[in-house]
Design a protein around this ligand. Structure first.
Ligand code: SLL
Length: 158
């Protein structure tokens, strides 16, 4: 029987957030209860611009935010906000039209605080230090199964 070999190409990405507890200096329009400034992003593992394959990234924030659906249409596909709480951010990656790929949707838990292990438990570290950076960043590989010819060329060009 004839075997059909499926071609798949993977592209490494990193996504996640950095956060800082704000001190006296806050953005002028930030509500008083906002304690942290954070940035969520999608990029290459070495900071590469992924605009050859990504058209836009949509971040769906907690409904406590005004206009919670935020679309970023240019690299580095990052969004900076202020806030007081951690929540799940729905990240939707829209690939370039020529790829003919469907949207990739996943969740990232926005992390603002430091946590530490106590035995087998994970405990929030009290008293965040002003200005100290927290990060929660993940490496992943996007797998494109049987990419169309044009998109295959784009994927191979890097
Ligand atoms: C919590 N489940 O209670 C979470 C919800 C919501 C965070 C966190 C600011 C929104 C605004 C904000 O940080 N919301 O702009 O008012 O911890």
């Amino acid at each position: 029987a004839k075997r059909i070999k499926t071609l798949s190409v993977s592209r490494p990405i990193i996504y996640g957030n950095t956060a800082k507890k704000m001190g006296e200096i806050k953005p002028p329009n930030a509500p008083v209860e906002h304690t942290h400034m954070w940035t969520i992003f999608v990029k290459g593992p070495n900071g590469e611009d992924l605009s050859d394959i990504i058209k836009s990234v949509v971040y769906k924030l907690h409904e406590t935010y005004p206009n919670p659906t935020r679309t970023v249409e240019a690299p580095p596909f990052e969004l900076t906000e202020t806030g007081w709480g951690e929540f799940e951010i729905n990240v939707k990656i829209n690939f370039v039209d020529s790829a003919g790929e469907k949207t990739l949707s996943f969740y990232h838990h926005l992390r603002l605080h430091k946590y530490h292990n106590v035995g087998t438990n994970v405990v929030k570290t009290e008293n965040d230090v002003e200005g100290s950076e927290v990060e929660s960043i993940f490496y992943d590989e996007v797998v494109f199964n049987e990419p169309n010819e044009d998109f295959f060329k784009v994927l191979m060009a890097k």
